[in-house]
Design a protein around this ligand. Structure first.
Ligand SMILES: [Fe+2]
Length: 623
């Protein structure tokens, strides 16, 4: 036991006082999160779902806040400012006016939304005070201001244009402008109901996926289809202006007055009712996915071209849910006017917590930026909790689970050897990622060269739809040998093509089912090559994540292949694991072969019998 002397305490207290702490919060819509900055540096950021174990948890982020305060060893009374990422009164006004514009039709949806408004959203300062005992001032940023700040301030650019694009925040659905030093200048906004995010979500709903969570699946489905509905979408559903702004034909949508996204008229246009969730995905859904994906990419490209024309800046920062569409991002990089693009890894509303906090520091308090032109200040997005070896060991011993301790000289080679043997490895190491992507801190790893890795991971480990592709993590210096990319992609937000020389020519696969097409080997790295020869890549370098880099470097030494499959450490519908306990549970519930937690390795066959709660999958609501 180590008792801290008075000097230690005094030292810690003086540290506390010498820093200005700002807590940013996003909650009550979807993806609640908290972020703490100390003197402008990001100290910690995490989504509430990782602690509460409820995917996209919209509730007050009590656990995430408590983690952030712990990380800085402070209490809520040491906070100088708390800031909320949205102005609830403006959102309330939008809901009220939208309802009045269609009344009495929208009464049911209006009544449905009211309890959460009267109970929570318009009482944010009181809730903050009650939940965490903070008595100081609560500030509010506008929603798209928070998105813009979340991407410009941590970016490595001193000056850059920004574009934010999402479903809706208050009134805005997209915005653009430019940042310069500590200033952010908004030039224009696009307003509700004209929204690229809502348009994409309407198609997500119509193809049988969950809104605000299944958008990724729609994007993954797109390469299976042909964009046969593209012209219809452009002719009937939306009017796309030359500046990329859009006008929705509201007779096809039902999100203002109804409880659904699309109207009967929409159904007639696309040949019948929406696909029921969990039923077969047909050619219609694949073609719709291809069509709306192509339309979205064109809108994003048009918007970006316009932003470039207006700002004359050759760097762009992106945020908002639409910025998670990595296929559109990849096209923007190759076909768009900008030399360089930086995308906030937590581009959705969770990132609003980070943007709001940074906005207070730079815009409200007028403090200068810390980031340099060389490197962003996102710290690899490894901003969440970490569990020391001592903690992991204590957990394993207490539970009497079988484990082996790895040493510095054999850690990477042992893990890489397992992957090369075709084993699927759960990997928990270092601080948890902030944002929806697993970047090697909470990941499941596999061998990209094996044809069966994709179906094994999808069906036996993730329990998810088999059409969904996996992403590779590749050593940064080797990325261009395998992929058509000439820059780093540390946050897995860009889709690029697998190099032609790594691809295998294919005979036409007309008439084959989706699963049959999936089984055709497309490249030397089939597990990460999507149907259209694309891959959503993450690059890793030794400075940012040495433990993970070393594993892949060893895998290359063993196999000649400088990349691994990297998918998030969870099963379908479950948030990504946070603690060693979450990781072990996921390891034992699935057919994962090996679990690595910091410097410990666990083999499935050595584990004590796992008491299967037979309905454990019922606890998880499918996403
Ligand atoms: Fe948003």
């Amino acid at each position: 036991m180590h008792f801290k002397g008075k000097a230690d305490i005094k030292d810690r207290m003086s540290n506390i006082k010498s820093k200005i702490y700002i807590l940013g919060l996003s909650c009550f819509y979807h993806d609640s999160a908290a972020c703490l900055i100390g003197d402008g540096k990001i100290v910690a950021a995490a989504q509430e779902e990782r602690f509460s174990r409820k995917k996209h948890d919209p509730g007050f982020p009590k656990n995430a806040i408590s983690y952030c305060l712990d990380e800085a060893s402070i209490k809520s009374e040491h906070l100088d400012y708390v800031v909320f990422y949205d102005k609830p009164i403006l959102t309330f006004e939008r809901l009220l006016l939208s309802y009045l514009s269609v009344a009495p039709k929208g009464l049911r949806s209006w009544l449905k939304s009211m309890p959460s408004w009267l109970g929570q959203k318009i009482h944010v300062p009181k809730i903050i005070q009650k939940e965490i005992g903070y008595k100081g001032e609560v500030l509010f940023t506008e929603h798209h201001e928070a998105h813009a700040a979340s991407t410009f301030y941590p970016s490595p650019f001193d000056q850059a244009a920004f574009l934010t694009c999402d479903g809706v925040g208050e009134w805005a659905t997209a915005s653009y402008g430019f940042g310069s030093g500590k200033d952010i200048n908004l030039l224009k906004e696009l307003h509700f109901p004209d929204s690229v995010g809502l348009l994409y979500s309407a198609f997500t709903y119509f193809t049988g996926f969950k809104v605000n969570s299944g958008e990724y699946k729609l994007m993954g489905l797109a390469p299976y289809g042909t964009p046969v509905y593209k012209d219809i979408i452009l002719k009937e559903l939306i009017d796309v202006k030359t500046d990329g702004s859009i006008r929705l034909n509201l007779s096809y949508f039902d999100f203002i007055g109804g409880l659904r996204m699309t109207s009967k008229r929409f159904e007639r246009l696309f040949g019948g009712p929406p696909r029921k969730p969990e039923t077969n995905i047909g050619q219609r859904e694949m073609d719709i996915a291809a069509s709306i994906q192509s339309v979205t990419e064109e809108i994003v490209l048009k918007m970006a071209n316009h932003v470039y024309k207006e700002t004359k800046l050759d760097r762009l920062c992106l945020a908002g849910g639409v910025a998670l569409n990595c296929v559109a991002n990849g096209r923007l990089l190759t076909e768009g006017p900008f030399n360089s693009i930086w995308i906030q890894p937590a581009a959705g509303d969770a990132g609003g917590a980070l943007g709001a906090a940074l906005s207070v520091w730079h815009r409200y308090l007028g403090k200068d930026r810390l980031s340099s032109e060389k490197k962003d200040s996102q710290q690899g997005s490894y901003l969440g909790p970490q569990y020391a070896n001592s903690h992991v060991k204590e957990f394993l011993q207490k539970k009497q689970y079988s484990y082996h301790q790895l040493e510095k000289n054999n850690r990477a080679s042992t893990i890489a050897g397992q992957i090369a043997d075709g084993k699927i490895v759960g990997y928990l190491a270092g601080r948890m990622e902030f944002g929806p992507r697993a970047l090697g801190a909470r990941s499941i790893l596999g061998d990209p060269r094996r044809e069966d890795t994709q179906s094994k991971m999808n069906l036996k480990i993730k329990y998810r739809e088999s059409f969904r592709p996996f992403a590779p993590t590749v050593l940064e210096e080797k990325a261009s040998e395998y992929f058509e990319i000439d820059r780093a992609s540390p946050y897995m937000l860009l889709v690029t093509n697998v190099r032609k020389e790594k691809c295998l020519s294919q005979s036409p696969h007309d008439g084959l089912s989706m699963l049959e097409r999936l089984k055709i080997k497309r490249s030397d790295i089939p597990a990460v090559t999507h149907l259209d020869y694309s891959a959503r890549i993450q690059t890793v370098n030794r400075n940012d994540k040495p433990d993970y880099y070393d594993v892949i470097a060893e895998f290359e030494r063993l196999t000649g292949c400088p990349l691994v499959v990297n998918t998030s450490f969870n099963v379908r519908g479950e948030p990504i694991v946070c603690t060693p306990e979450d990781a072990y549970r996921c390891f034992m519930r699935t057919e994962m072969d090996v679990l690595v937690m910091e410097d410990f390795i666990l083999y499935k066959e050595e584990q004590p019998l796992w008491e299967k709660t037979k309905e454990w999958r019922d606890e998880i609501i499918l996403d």
